[in-house]
Design a protein around this ligand. Sequence first.
Ligand SMILES: C[S@@+](CC[C@H](N)C(=O)[O-])C[C@H]1O[C@@H](n2cnc3c(N)ncnc32)[C@H](O)[C@@H]1O
Length: 267
Amino acid sequence: MKRKAFKFKIDKSISDEIMELLANYDCQNFYSESYPNDDVEVFHLFCDEDKVDEIMKKVGVSFELEWVEDEKWIKKWSESLKIVNVGNDLYVNPNPSKFKDPKDGITVKIVPGMAFGTGEHESTKIAIRFLQKVMKKGANVCDVGCGSGVISAFAAKLGAGRILAIDVDPLAVKQSLETAKLNNVDYEVRKNNLMEGIDESFDIVVANIYYDVIIKLLDQLSRGIVFIVSGIDKSHEKDMEQACIKREMNLIDKVCEGEWCGFIFSW
Ligand SMILES: C[S@@+](CC[C@H](N)C(=O)[O-])C[C@H]1O[C@@H](n2cnc3c(N)ncnc32)[C@H](O)[C@@H]1O
């Protein structure tokens, strides 16, 4: 499929800031490329043109329009990925046709596509390790903002019972279903705006999304859960913690890696 993309270059040092800005505009359909010894990162953004105009004005850069063939860049990108060591004997294999799974531990296979979630991002790793830490056999898990489905697949392999994976992006829904099949695990995937209209109780809710989105999710949660939050940039670390504590949630654990923080709360 060919799609209209907006291509722009930025200094790698402001990459996380750009990602947060894109999230604030609900513009999370993008990919970026950078090379190890280069300071430049190139973003390819799939978003409404008027939103892109506003974002680019804020960033102070201009964009070029390009037509992108999905399969072409996905192939190029997936060839550059390596097995990801999430920590605690957990791995993601982003190219199962090229790499064998590590002998020990738990591996989730992914075929990279348009959805976020190859396991490389610090925020995904934090969420997966926290999930392992709190998992009890048969626990019901809701994975909000499932992207590629990598967290749901880990939930299944770590012994969860029912798993509901949610994303607003139809491409994430499609890819999460493919991930389930590839890993021979079972979970439900639903296109939904956060947990809006979901009247079901869960033991664990895990969300690796940006701060402004998570803040909206807080109002949709019910008591009796372990809540794993990740994807919080350092500038919002305290705000996130306060917002949860104000709701009488108990902070169980917190980790920051690079620019990203994750939390476990019980409520
Ligand atoms: C940072 S990615 C995380 C993907 C994956 N869970 C991971 O950890 O690698 C955030 C995901 O949240 C989804 N998302 C953003 N806003 C959302 C919303 N309002 N409701 C549901 N999903 C949302 C995005 O489409 C994206 O797939």
